[in-house]
Design a protein around this ligand. Structure first.
Ligand code: XMP
Length: 319
């Protein structure tokens, strides 16, 4: 749209004025926000920008590969891909408390980014895809004035540690505007239109202890669920949809055998900004079909339930 075109031009001019001939380093989480910020900055200052993608191994199916290929092949933006999934899994072993998970992931993200940034050689500026709601939510995330419901992790936390000037070109934008800007920059719809995804990734969709095996099960189930939502033409109506692998096993029957496997919860909500949300009223045929596919196709799941909690009193994510 013309408005976003004008915003883009103004943002590019502002980045050039701020950065001059300096070097910028940008942390990529794999999500839409940091990617849009990076592509915008690259358009403004070209190869004065280096991106570091901290791959925590907690992305959805195929997403890490998509980010790497988008940057390297489509945009030709210098990218360091730090595959740190082993480190993250090792440090998360035995961690079950939701806040402890969030803090561990946030800390490791910064450690890995910091180490990679040093190998890249000094930068003068640190770029982040901070959005307007992040600015507010990180103060008191969905809680009352002084209650922290969840410690928010995206690429934040880096500034205090790194002593670099921040470049935050998306600071005044809401999610929908970031998507519009992404389209303006030519990012593919399949990427820009993605549902929001939390910084701690699948770790907070796997209540209890996280293992590689559980993550693999969750990734497969989640992909089937999203495939069914797309096939039903519902993806863009829904704000966020995802599967949660519960640390509960139940008894089932498959063929003439007994099974004792995980329960999977499906979540889908509509929302304007993520601050409040309503559960999505799927019809039962859709839910039944999806549950059957997941149980038939994913080993390790023998029961599927649907979450009918809105926000409040639930939060969107389970942890
Ligand atoms: P909740 O679960 O609190 O989440 O209702 C509201 C929205 O924020 C996302 N979310 C996060 N995003 N880092 C993020 O970048 C986080 O740590 C985080 N935690 C929750 C959540 O997916 C939903 O869209």
């Amino acid at each position: 749209s013309w408005t976003m075109g004008a915003f883009k031009d103004a943002a590019i001019a502002k980045i050039r004025a701020q950065v001059g001939t300096g070097r910028v380093i940008c942390g990529l989480s794999g999500g839409v926000d940091s990617a849009v910020a990076a592509v915008l900055i690259h358009e403004a200052i070209g190869d004065q920008l280096t991106c570091v993608f901290v791959d925590h191994g907690l992305m959805r199916l195929g997403e890490a590969e998509q980010v790497v290929s988008l940057f390297r092949n489509t945009y030709n933006i210098p990218l360091v891909h730090a595959d740190a999934s082993d480190l993250f899994l090792r440090e998360l072993a035995g961690v079950t408390d939701p806040e402890a998970k969030r803090k561990t992931i946030g800390r490791l993200f910064i450690d890995v980014f910091d180490a990679e940034a040093k190998t890249v050689g000094g930068a003068d500026f640190l770029a982040q895809g901070t959005l307007y709601p992040d600015v507010i939510e990180s103060v008191s995330f969905t809680g009352g004035p002084s209650v922290t419901i969840k410690s928010h992790h995206n690429v934040g936390g880096l500034p205090e540690r790194m002593n670099m000037t921040l470049v935050e070109p998306l600071r005044d934008l809401f999610k929908d505007e970031v998507r519009a800007l992404g389209r303006e920059l030519g990012l593919p719809e399949s990427f820009v239109g993605r549902h929001p995804f939390p910084g701690p990734g699948l770790a907070i969709r796997c209540p209890g202890e996280i293992t590689r095996e559980k993550l693999d099960i969750l990734r497969q189930a989640d992909a089937i669920y999203l495939e069914e939502i797309r096939a039903a033409g519902l993806y863009d109506i829904i704000w966020q949809a995802f599967a949660v692998l519960l640390p509960v096993r139940t008894v089932g029957v498959m063929g003439d055998g007994r099974t004792y496997d995980h329960v999977l919860a499906l979540r889908a909500v509509t929302s304007v900004d993520g601050m409040t949300a309503d559960f999505y009223p799927f019809d039962m045929t859709f839910l039944g079909r999806t549950a059957t596919r997941i149980i038939n196709e994913v080993r390790g799941i023998n029961r599927v339930v649907y979450d009918v909690t809105s926000k409040p009193p639930g939060t969107i994510e389970w942890e």
